[in-house]
Design a binder for this molecule. Structure first.
Ligand code: ATP
Ligand code: MG
Length: 370
């Protein structure tokens, strides 16, 4: 068992990373990162995503790091890579994962982060930490608000403004106090246009994709809002973005949630692992906000600053109007403009030249919809 599991933190201890937050940003040598990660040993591997593998490591001063070793195709010129990582490194917010530096030597491109002792939301909701329910309701609520604040900062305050493009449970990390740290923002910029990573990323992230992103491949802030809505449903219910109803039928979490919400059956939607211990009004709020975010029409989705306010309960009137809309107006569903993910596939099929989905992705979408 890799030693990082022993650092899983349950308490509300002070944030041990504070010293780094506004502290030194630096270039790491490959030698140093080899030493820290035991030469990128398999036992140190935290996981693998669309961009490469992530390894746990420990520096000479005892501090723990997570090192993302990018795949070979991310072989951007050293200078260009350095400039873009430095831009991301300057983005600082309490709910955005802090970059500590990078390494660009020869073919290697690595990014160094603070290690998050409580790993990701994914491990708590569906992974090896899900058996013990460390995410009580108040933690879930503060993770939802914190993650929303981090994304709102990217959309509205960061210079340059950043569209995340890959919001999902494995990209919401948890610090020692279980505060949300959104990771991997702006990553798509590090990868050359048209690189094959798109297939991998769409594959891994399908349940979170806004229909118009699946159809035209055009990322926008409202695609992030959609993905965040799916994430909120996951956080409230403990369900996965797509669930297998039978060997051949899969259902998206939004399609599961919408009819229940319309019938006000919110208590049936709470994660059973909570054992009924949640604040009813907050659960309802989280679900209604989630469904408003994950609706089909991008122009009807709220912007992230509104999402923060809605989640905090600061826009009570607006929230109750939205809730009433759910009950009385069926068109508030996911496919408001008559578009659905299935249509996206057919659009992509018809106009292969313009469509951003390749054959693999289309069959993947089909597979998920089957
Ligand atoms: N700083 C970190 N501290 C702890 N765990 C981390 C850290 N960074 C990444 N991880 C975990 O390492 C694993 C691999 O991360 P990675 O970002 O490569 O893949 P991913 O999040 O599954 O997909 P994507 O490439 O789309 O982001 C994930 O489970 C992620 O939660
Ligand atoms: Mg990630």
């Amino acid at each position: 068992m890799p030693s990082y599991f022993s650092f899983l933190c349950c308490g509300n201890s002070p944030d041990w990373r504070e010293g780094w937050r506004f502290g030194t940003w630096r270039i790491f040598s490959l030698k140093e990162l080899h030493a820290a990660t035991n030469s990128f040993n398999y036992d140190n591997k935290l996981g693998e995503g669309g961009f490469g593998s992530v390894y746990w490591g420990q520096l000479w001063d005892g501090s723990q790091i997570a090192v993302k070793r990018l795949k070979v195709w991310s072989n951007k010129a050293e200078m260009e890579f350095a400039v873009e990582v430095e831009i991301l490194g300057r983005v600082r917010h309490k709910n955005l994962l802090c970059l500590r530096g990078y390494c660009a030597e020869g073919e290697e491109r690595l990014i160094v982060y603070d290690f998050m002792p409580n790993l990701s939301l994914l491990t708590h909701l569906h992974g090896h930490n899900s058996a013990v329910c460390l995410l009580d309701w108040s933690r879930r609520m503060s993770i939802a608000i914190g993650a929303a604040e981090g994304i709102a900062y990217l959309h509205h305050n960061a210079t340059p403004r950043i569209i995340h493009r890959d919001i999902k449970a494995s990209n919401v990390l948890l610090d020692s106090g279980f505060q949300a740290q959104v990771a991997d923002f702006g990553f798509a910029k590090l990868i050359p246009e048209g690189a094959t990573h798109v297939t991998t990323r769409v594959k891994g992230t399908l349940g979170y994709l806004a229909p118009e992103y699946a159809m035209f491949g055009k990322a926008s802030k409202s695609c992030d809002v959609y993905s965040f809505g799916i994430l909120l449903l996951e956080l409230a219910s403990g369900k996965k973005p797509f669930e297998k109803l039978s060997p051949t039928i899969k259902q998206s979490i939004a399609d599961w949630a919408l009819p229940l919400a319309r019938e006000k059956r919110f208590e049936e939607m709470a994660d059973p692992k909570l054992g009924g211990r949640y604040v009813e009004a907050e659960l309802k709020r989280m679900i209604v906000v989630a469904l408003v975010c994950a609706q089909g029409a991008p122009e009807k989705r709220p912007v992230m600053v509104e999402v923060v306010e809605l989640l905090k309960g600061e826009l009570k009137e607006k929230l109750s109007n939205l809730e009433n809309d759910f009950i009385s107006k069926p068109e508030l569903g996911r496919n408001v403009r008559g578009f659905s993910l299935a249509d996206g596939v057919s659009v992509a099929n018809k106009s292969k030249g313009d469509a951003k989905l390749d054959a693999d992705q289309i069959s993947e979408v089909r597979e998920k919809l089957r």
